[in-house]
Structures are given as structure tokens and as C-alpha cells.
Ligand binder design. Structure first.
Ligand code: CIR
Length: 253
């Protein structure tokens, strides 16, 4: 169960955030509204939510998930792989020091976005992507092992981040799409397949027995409900325009 979440209010400059999709620019006031509902949903799932101020220097800074990994034993400040995002990490360190005694860091030449890291109990799957290199992943595995946890590397073919195509829903259940459906690393999970036309919904979010699902993907929501979960649908269309999803908008621990 998670107790805390950290989010950052989107800044007006988010309209110039990084994007690989052609869905147009986000509408800032709509994004603010969607973000407020997201925070309400986390609070309704029982989390104490800390809302950090918007930071105009970093258009993508609302996607806090990428700059830190929060484990049960320590927090790890990452070294984000996109140059325009790298210094977001400096803002997160003092925040996490108020929650954790142990705050570690990934260092250059290692790069790592925590959107590439999926926690399954004490084990962490680490995607090797354009944002996360082998050196970053190996540094992370070294840190995890120091605290009695483990990690393994998963090279990505097409996805931006590991969790763009995978969400762990606890109870050994894994939401999967695209290149991960038949990936041997995930054979032992009970896999819930997301159809190609709903692939964005593979980034859904388990929060204390509720699964948050992006609005507009009814087949995926139904599959998750059939697997026995209570779901809550949230519109995050303005963040989708920047390749961001439900998990990217918070740190949960
Ligand atoms: C980026 O490209 O970094 C942002 N526009 C989106 C980050 C999404 N984060 C995530 O999947 N964890």
C-alpha cells in the first residue's frame, strides 16, 4: 500500500514540452483541470499528496515520475536522459530528503528515467531506452542490491519508456501491450493484453486497490474490471499529447 504521493503542478510552458506524437499542443487550462482531478483521485485512494509548485524552467516538470525512484528502503534521484529535463532532478532531492533518510543518485555517464523502472515487490525491471542506458541501469541495480532489493534490464525496441507499455497491477497481474505481450521477461505474470488501438491505456495505475485508467479506452477498462479491480477513469488527454500518462504524473511510496 502507498501512503504518500508527490506531484508537480504543470507550468504554462508545458505547451512546449517534449513530444513524439502528433496530437497537437496541450491546452494549458484543460491540463490544469485534469491535473487537479488527478490529485483528487490520489487523495480519494488514501494518499497524502504533496503538490509542488509549477516550475517554468522545465516544460516537462509535471512528469515527476522520471526524476526519482521511490522504493520501500531508499529513494534514488535519477539522471534524466533528455537534456532539457536533466536538471529537474536537482529540485527533487531536497523534497525526498524530507521523507527518506537514504537518498541515492544515478551519476553520469549513467542516464536513467524512472519511467523506465517498474517495481514488482522487491524486484525492479529497468528498460534500456533512449532515456536510460546500460550504465544507468547497472548503477541502479548496484544501489538496489545495497538495500536488499534486485533489478534486471529489459532492452526496449520502440517504446519511449518501459511503463509506456506495461503496468504492474499487483497480485502477479500485468497490463501489457505491443513489444511486451510475448516478451520472455514477463512470462511468469498473468498478463492482461491491451489492444493495439488502446495501447496508451497500458499506462494505467494501481493505487491501493483502485486502478486509475485513462478515459477513452473502454475495452481496457473492462478487461481490468474483469480481472477483479475497482477502476476509476480519468481524462489525461493533455498529458497524452506530451507522451505522458497516469504513472508519469506522480511519485508514489
Ligand atoms: C518526456 O518526453 O520526457 C515527457 N514529454 C513525457 C514523460 C513521460 N514520462 C513517463 O512516461 N514516465
Amino acid at each position: 500500500m502507498f501512503k504518500n504521493a508527490i506531484v508537480r503542478t504543470p507550468c504554462p510552458e508545458m505547451i512546449n514540452g517534449l513530444s513524439s506524437v502528433t496530437l497537437g499542443k496541450p491546452d494549458y487550462s484543460k491540463a490544469m483541470d485534469q491535473h487537479a482531478r488527478y490529485v483528487d483521485a490520489l487523495r480519494n485512494c488514501g494518499l497524502e499528496v504533496k503538490v509542488l509548485e509549477a516550475d517554468s524552467r522545465f516544460p516537462d516538470s509535471t512528469f515527476v515520475e522520471d526524476v526519482a525512484l521511490c522504493t520501500p528502503h531508499c529513494a534514488i534521484i535519477t539522471n534524466p536522459g533528455a537534456p532539457s529535463r536533466n536538471r529537474e532532478k536537482l529540485e527533487m532531492k531536497p523534497v525526498l530528503q524530507t521523507y527518506y533518510k537514504q537518498v541515492e543518485s544515478i551519476k553520469t555517464p549513467g542516464i536513467l528515467d524512472a519511467g523506465d523502472v517498474m517495481m514488482v515487490g522487491q524486484h525492479f525491471y529497468i528498460g534500456i531506452s533512449e532515456r536510460t542506458n546500460v550504465e544507468g541501469a547497472e548503477q541502479l541495480i548496484g544501489i538496489l542490491e545495497k538495500y536488499g532489493m534486485t533489478g534486471s534490464k529489459v532492452p526496449l525496441q520502440k517504446m519511449l519508456h518501459l511503463k509506456s507499455g506495461l503496468s504492474y497491477l499487483e497480485q502477479n497481474k500485468l497490463l501489457v501491450t505491443g513489444e511486451f505481450i510475448h516478451h520472455p521477461a514477463f512470462n511468469s505474470f498473468h498478463r492482461i493484453e491491451v489492444d493495439p488501438d488502446e495501447s496508451y491505456a497500458a499506462n494505467s495505475l494501481w493505487v491501493n486497490s483502485t486502478v486509475l485508467v485513462p478515459a477513452g479506452f473502454p475495452n481496457t477498462r473492462e478487461k481490468i474490471e474483469q480481472a477483479g479491480y475497482h477502476t476509476l477513469s480519468l481524462d489525461v488527454s493533455e498529458f497524452q499529447k506530451l507522451d505522458g500518462g497516469l504513472s508519469c504524473l506522480s511519485l508514489r511510496f
